[in-house]
Ligand binder design. Structure first.
Ligand code: SF4
Length: 251
């Protein structure tokens, strides 16, 4: 590697360390304070991920739109979303000043089925998620320095150690989780207090909403993510880390 490139790389690593050190004081801070820090640190290079399925993304969208109009909002549209989610997304964004980018896969569902076979229409989760979520997000985030996401530690055991700010090696950006320390009850309290709009499916028994073929309503008392990938051991699409490492399929 040429010397100039080595020193650029070393500077980037040292800047990254400084920022991570600086972010330590955010552990235990309010989500608004964490988002304000992220908006000030990354400006237009901050992207907020909103699925328009769960309440968490909507809460962060509401909070961030009160802090800045410079950050970008993005959503992954796999082509398998519920119609309700797509309609809700369009309606909800009329209320917020932030710009939304709908990020989709390069392949249509038909092209995907042609390339990988019929199983990909009814979902071969790991590979399908890789093609329709992970790779599009990786491509999108190449133009950003940080992404904010609505995951909470108490959602699943795999998310229990989520830091508020971390370096995401796979996507090559900082990952900010302002709601890491919040409970579902705190999220819903914010929704009520600020009249945040929610996906209508949430009032029909769904608790975590992703792609239609892989999402079912959950029964009272069931884990809130039990309705995702029902009948399989899968609990994550590969966008977030599982047990300290990323589990992704090779397309
Ligand atoms: S959740 Fe299912 S349909 Fe959606 S991208 Fe993943 S595997 Fe494909």
């Amino acid at each position: 590697m040429p010397e100039a490139q080595v020193s650029e790389w070393e500077n980037a690593i040292s800047d990254r360390r400084d920022l991570l050190r600086e972010s330590r004081h955010l552990e235990g801070a309010s989500p608004q304070k964490i988002l304000r820090w992220a908006a000030e640190s990354f400006g237009r290079k901050l992207a907020l991920s909103v699925s328009f399925g769960g309440a968490e993304g909507m809460v962060l969208l509401d909070m961030l739109s009160r802090i800045t109009d410079r950050a970008r909002v993005f959503t992954l549209d796999t082509g398998f979303l519920f119609e309700e989610t797509v309609r809700f997304r369009e309606e909800a964004m009329k209320r917020y000043p932030l710009e939304l980018e709908v990020v989709g896969p390069e392949m249509s569902i038909e092209e995907q089925v042609e390339k990988y076979g019929e199983r990909m229409r009814s979902c071969n989760p790991d590979l399908c998620c890789q093609v329709r979520k992970v790779e599009p997000q990786r491509k999108f985030l190449k133009n950003y320095d940080a992404w904010a996401t609505g995951i909470r530690r108490d959602q699943t055991s795999q998310r229990a150690n989520t830091p508020v700010v971390e370096w995401d090696d796979f996507f090559g950006v900082f990952k900010i989780s302002p709601l890491a320390g919040w409970s579902a009850a705190q999220v819903m309290e914010y929704v009520r207090e600020h009249d945040v709009p929610l996906n209508p499916l949430l009032s029909q028994g769904y608790k975590s909403i992703g792609c239609a073929p892989q999402t079912r309503p959950v029964a009272p008392g069931e884990d809130e993510r039990a309705g995702r990938w029902p009948g399989s051991e899968k609990t994550e699409c590969g966008i977030h880390v599982v047990n300290g490492r990323v589990v992704r399929a090779n397309p």
